[in-house]
Design a protein around this ligand. Structure first.
Ligand SMILES: [Zn+2]
Length: 529
């Protein structure tokens, strides 16, 4: 879980901002000795808490790496900001304000009125330039007569009834790299058999599905590989729709409207939807799983982006933060180990693992706290124990110890449990919370001592979310339910392919091409050896 409740922590401060504003020298001088003493004690408690908060970073708290300043860890000094990580709503093209592109305007500037999606009246159009050279023509003729079954060869007369153009790209092979743009005319129509029957062809399409408003058909301006490139630019390169438009125009002389670009992303999401079944099946079948979640926004709605990861699969879902999401995917079918943070939804799973990195960070936060000796002592004891046991787990992975770790450390753990018990009602909030967390999740935390080969951290899932957390900060989330669905599906395809060291883009192009024909989506190939 990667959220901090700042409001709640603000309220734990004793002296309010309003009180502080009123505290000037004259008023302080007017206070009695007792009043001054009481105020000094309050101020000192507040100052300690404020300093602790100021010192918090991802190493000693549950603050996520994304809570760091965007330039932190990039080797930049505070003054120079890495602009690639920071969005600047004011420089975005107004035409960008279509579906799934930044709701930044409403988020960043509440007073500015929200405009409807799409091209604004009077704005210059970005329609396709029609003078583009046609690079090829394909007549989709019927191969057999629908009445007598005779083969229809090139000599059979063909009359086109439908014609349209498709823009696509071809990626050259490794030996002669490069991108070629094609602009192909596609013809569909009737072929006349010797028997006199006219057999028709028409562009393929997938049948309508209630969940999707975007159609999936070969009758489409943007070819499968170009659509795949657009998804790459949008999700993997994290470009806004307006930047994609700019890139395609500047580098490939392709003039596409923002609406067309947006449509491509949604269509690719719909095309990839059946792949999710494959991923869920593989998750249920293989190894231990990691789960994590991070806040997500859909048109101002506060949702969560979830990831469930195995060694071979990363599955993303956008929805509410409820047990339902996990139940839909894993249900009671999953019997393996599930690594997670302390969020209560995961407690329903019997074979649960807890991330030690989270616990280490929290313990370090207490050990470095200014709150008092009791808090520091508890933090340090916890930290020492975790670090010692981590070394023991690493050693046990090299070769099984003569005496199992649970037996070796039985006495230490009994002592530590007593320490947690004695702090479960501690007046310091974070000390109390960590003590209770250990007591609540006792089995899940220490089970790894029995099975040292199991993972100690949830880094797998946290890593799987990192890229998309930055994407959210740049785009301010998605705009529609369909946009969220497409985003999660495409993220699953991209990350799963990357995990398997397969390029997602030719695969996604194949998925789009097959689904446009009304065929099934090809499976993601197994890991490349
Ligand atoms: Zn015939």
């Amino acid at each position: 879980m990667t959220s901090t409740n700042d409001l709640e922590r603000l309220h734990s401060m004793l002296v309010s901002d309003g009180d502080l504003r009123k505290l000037d020298d004259a008023r302080l001088k007017a206070l009695s000795h007792e009043q001054l003493l009481e105020l000094s004690m309050q101020l000192s408690r507040d100052l300690k808490e404020a300093r602790d908060r100021l010192n918090q970073n991802p190493d000693n708290s549950s603050r996520p790496p994304s809570a760091q300043a965007p330039w932190a860890g990039l080797g930049l000094s505070d003054g120079e900001t890495d602009t690639s990580q920071v969005s600047n709503p004011s420089e975005d093209d107004p035409a960008e304000d279509t579906e799934d592109t930044p709701a930044s305007h409403s988020d960043a500037n509440q007073t500015r009125q929200r405009r409807p999606a799409g091209r604004q009246r009077g704005a210059p159009g970005h329609g396709r330039k029609l003078e583009m050279v046609v690079t090829g023509e394909v007549a989709h003729r019927a191969l057999h007569c629908a009445r007598c079954g005779a083969a229809l060869d090139e000599s059979a007369p063909f009359t086109a009834t439908t014609a349209f153009y498709v823009l696509d790209i071809e990626v050259g092979p490794a030996a002669s790299p490069g991108l070629t743009v094609s602009h192909t005319k596609h013809l569909y129509g009737q072929t006349i058999c010797r028997c006199g029957h006219a057999t028709s062809t028409e562009p393929g399409r997938s049948v309508t599905e209630a969940e999707w408003r975007v159609s999936l058909t070969e009758h489409c301006l943007v070819g499968p590989m170009l659509a795949s490139l657009i998804v790459c630019l949008a999700l993997r390169m994290r470009l806004s729709r307006a930047r994609i438009q700019e890139f395609l125009s500047d580098w490939l002389s392709l003039e596409l409207s923002i609406g067309t670009i947006n449509r491509c992303v949604h269509e690719a999401g719909r095309a990839a939807a059946p792949v999710e079944d494959q991923l869920v099946k593989e998750l249920l079948d293989g190894g231990h799983l990691h789960a994590d979640e991070t806040p997500w926004k859909e048109s101002g709605l506060a949702l969560w982006l979830w990831v469930i990861s195995s060694a071979q699969v990363s599955l993303y879902l956008i929805g509410y933060r409820s047990a339902e999401i996990l139940e839909n995917v894993l249900g009671d079918r999953y019997q393996g180990w599930l690594m997670s943070d302390g969020y209560a939804v995961y407690r329903a799973y019997r074979n649960r693992l807890r991330c030690w990195a989270h616990l280490v960070r929290k313990a370090r936060g207490l050990a470095e706290s200014l709150d008092g000796r009791r808090t520091q002592h508890f933090g340090q004891q916890t930290l020492d124990l975790l670090e010692e046991l981590m070394q023991a787990v690493y050693r046990a992975r090299e070769g099984p110890p003569a005496l199992g770790l649970p037996e070796q450390y039985a006495k230490r753990l009994t002592e530590f449990k007593a320490l947690c018990e004695s702090h479960r009602d501690c007046e310091h909030k974070k000390t109390r919370e960590l003590a209770r967390e250990f007591l609540n999740d006792w089995e899940a935390i220490w089970i790894v001592l029995q099975y040292p080969q199991l993972p100690l951290t949830n880094n797998e899932a946290e890593r799987a979310l990192r890229h998309w957390v930055i994407a959210r900060r740049i785009s301010y989330g998605t705009r529609t339910e369909q946009g969220s669905r497409a985003f999660a599906l495409l993220a699953s395809v991209i990350e799963t392919c990357r995990k398997r060291r397969i390029s997602p883009w030719p695969y996604l192009a194949r998925v789009i091409a097959e689904r446009r024909k009304g065929n099934e989506a090809p499976l993601i190939p197994a890991i490349a050896v």
